[in-house]
Design a protein around this ligand. Sequence first.
Ligand code: AMP
Length: 184
Amino acid sequence: MSARQQKPTVDLKRLIRTIPDYPKSGIMFRDITTLLLDPQGLRAAVDGLMLPFAKMAIDLIAGIEARGFILGGAVAHELGKGFVPVRKKGKLPHKTIGQEYQLEYGVDAVEIHADAIAPGQRVLLIDDLIATGGTAEAAIELVRRSGGELVAAAFIIDLPDLGGSERLKARGVAVHTLISFGGH
Ligand code: AMP
């Protein structure tokens, strides 16, 4: 049996630190830096994100800035695929396509390089957490506008009370999450 098959079951929830009222009152911030610090926890999270897709046809992993870069980079490495950074507006050096999404107050935007995803390529989207689903939905729009096919969106944490995973499913996206927390 390989070392990976022998791994103990890891309680991912216990490794996530919750910071009340950050960045503002009423938000329970789910801090994954404590999970990233834990070798077994990090491996369990990356394995949990990628194993359902290990035998599927996938060309690229797209990760959302910034925690989606850490997790998505590890998933891309494990699956032997390339990585597409989905960045906040204005960070990428070459020609980009962008997609705005609604925040509680105002709008924000994410971008990818216009030549990052070729038509027909099959893309797996990764981030640490899905809340309202606005950020992931914008990233999915960029994949689709590039002509890519979104295979699934995978997150460590679901906040089901905020409705993001249901919102993506309603748009025909397969959503994979490892753990969930109630509330905001
Ligand atoms: P949303 O677009 O509402 O689904 O928000 C998802 C993005 O915001 C992800 O990139 C998360 O990392 C971050 N985020 C939203 N809510 C939280 C939270 N309660 N704790 C930690 N990160 C969060």
